[in-house]
Design a protein around this ligand. Sequence first.
Ligand code: EPZ
Length: 430
Amino acid sequence: MESGKIIIKGGRRLTGKVRISGSKNAALPILAAAILIPEKITLTNLPSLLDIQTMLEVLNELGANSEIGVGEVIVNTAELNKYDAPYEQVRRMRASAVVMGALLARFGKAYVPMPGGCNIGSRPINIHLDGLSKLGAKISLEKGYVKLSARKLKGAEIYLDFPSVGATENLMMAACAAEGETIIDNAAKEPEITALADFLNKAGAEIQGAGSDIIKIKGVKELKTTTYRIIPDRIETGTYIMAAAITKGDILIEEAEFDHLHTVVTKLEEAGVIFEKKDSQMRVHLQKELSPVNIRTMPYPGFPTDLQAQFMALMCMTEGMSVIIESVFENRFMHVGELCRMGADIKVDNHTAIIRGIKSLSGTAVNATDLRASAALILAGLAAKGETQVSGIYHLDRGYEYLEEKLTKLGAQIKRIHSEKILLEEENYD
Ligand code: EPZ
């Protein structure tokens, strides 16, 4: 895994077409759900990202076979013979914890390294574990491992203290094999939850209500082979919309699902971004100077926390004052310091950031700390005067497919400097 740097010469308007890739955050739990299906499954529109590679490594370590085609993968877990998730991969990508529910369902046991915290927060899994114990799992924490076992999983009514995406996914998967009906109340409503339910139902599950607060899952005897196309990545879509806005560009976005971005579109229209549907494409451009807009990040369908950093970069270049409240993660303002080094005027008080727009940012060397902060620095670099060097770009490679190629096609002056230094594996991922 290389580190390297991305160099951007700012000031170019983005124009032209960009195709949105499959969603990382839909693909990861669906890959984990392959554990529930002891046969071959085929996933198409799979993005080629480091995190997808990591999840495939987890499955292969557990005994699965996977063949990667172009934008698709065939996974066969018939030979799965282990229920302990590999430490190296879980440490590298905490989202691997989403194999817990499926391993418990398949083997009646699951040993998963406690996913560490990361730059954006402590990322506990108490909601996951409370729910799994309600389904009958015995849980112990030993030497940094979560050890779960359940002679039999029984359906239960589970209320989530917070609509956790990962907890909803883990519980949905475990409930597919539980006896009777499980109700998840205050469930996460993200499109990635609905996608997971659609995939599982195609394989024979009986899940209703995904996308609403109440999800009902009837346990079934078995799940069968199926194929599934991964939904478009709404966070990548939002990132390119803001890349167009920050460079006062005019782009056409293809293969996106704008229904998954209703709040984001509403907020950006308020700021002055124009959206024009053209058949299966969406034209995004500006008619006038942008106006400052306030946001508070919320669970879906509220403004997504994964677009907060990118929105902040956009507000840095928008005359006037805007307020951003981050209410999902406890420490998701790591990009503020780096944006200020580019000349931004941002004051942070706990979970609130106050941004005063300035005429222009100045390019300099900046360091990415987490996946979405790195996207914000790229956006800032696209608009800044002069050259910006973004290091820590392995974060980007985890979540943005063909980023430089897509931006270059849109007219950006961007290139990657490969560095021989092999990344030391001390980094945690969000
Ligand atoms: C998913 O993470 C996404 N990751 C995140 O995207 C996204 O930011 C997040 O949902 C919120 O939308 C994937 O889908 C792989 P949560 P997840 O459980 O499931 C607290 C990206 O950039 N919490 O909804 O980990 C937690 O600390 C990534 O692509 C508990 O307290 O998010 C956080 O404050 C970053 N206890 C809040 O809930 C728990 O047991 C939201 O977490 C679980 C969560």
